[in-house]
Design a protein. Structure first.
Length: 256
């Protein structure tokens, strides 16, 4: 059975995504950081990594890993992100929450400023501190229904995270998107304009473009680009890859 490495611990949103889509096909293994996850990729080990959150944007550690490591995105999965406050708020003096969880529940925390906020390393750890004088913010899917709790305390009702399934080789599944990394040889005025102009020339719509610093060369950047192929010709992707490769360093990250 193929191994799937994702972000732990058990109970995380990564774990939920992995068990929802891979529980019957993969042995699920956990790592503490995205950097460590990328080190596992091989012909017998796949990765499942958070790529983008609808409120916080793209996960920079994932983009940096895609730039510096091998592998292809073969499919993406979207998981809704909802949080609950577990425990008795009437008697609580402390509230435990993981750092990223706190960022997604700022309005709730602002409305409960009388509680001392204690940062934990994971949502699972937060859950262990629930007591008469302490509550915890955790993902809704972790809530034990027998405990007092308040659901949907996240700042935005529309909150979801997209996860990338990464394999060593390109996938053969049906696709509507593609991603690539473009690394210019030199920095110059009008560089980004020229890059974007190539996609306009082939009538290709972009759903995302982000710059990441080139960590090997000062003042140089990589551009992560996600292409929406739902309204574009599939042949257009091949044409633009050939053309862009003649002008820049291009790494194709897969279609999905």
């Amino acid at each position: 059975m193929t191994t799937l490495v994702t972000l732990g611990p058990q109970g995380s949103f990564s774990d939920l995504c992995a068990k929802t889509h891979f529980n019957d096909t993969h042995h699920i293994q956990y790592e503490k950081s995205i950097n460590n996850i990328f080190d596992h990729l091989s012909n017998t080990i796949d990765l499942l990594i958070p790529l983008e959150n609808s409120t916080d944007g793209y996960v920079y550690q994932t983009l940096d890993g895609l730039i510096s490591k091998q592998g292809y995105i073969v499919k993406t999965f979207t998981i809704p992100i909802h949080f609950s406050c577990v425990g008795n708020l009437k008697t609580a003096k402390k509230i435990y929450a993981q750092f990223v969880t706190q960022q997604q529940c700022q309005i709730f925390l602002k409305n409960h400023v009388h509680l001392d906020i204690i940062t934990t390393s994971s949502n699972s750890e937060s859950m262990t501190y629930v007591h008469e004088d302490a509550v915890a913010i955790v993902p809704m899917h972790m809530v034990e229904k027998t405990l007092p709790h308040m659901n949907h305390i996240e700042d935005y009702a529309y909150n979801e995270t997209r996860f990338a399934w990464i394999q060593m080789n390109q996938g053969n599944l049906a696709y509507e998107k593609a991603s690539l990394i473009i690394t210019p040889h030199v920095d110059r005025p009008g560089l980004l304009y020229d890059i974007l102009g190539q996609f306009q020339k082939y009538h290709i719509n972009l759903s995302a473009i982000l710059s990441r610093p080139n960590k090997k060369i000062e003042k140089k950047y990589h551009f992560y680009i996600e292409i929406d192929l739902s309204s574009s010709s599939k042949d257009a992707l091949e044409h633009i890859l050939i053309h862009m490769t003649s002008m820049f360093d291009v790494r194709f990250l897969g279609h999905y």
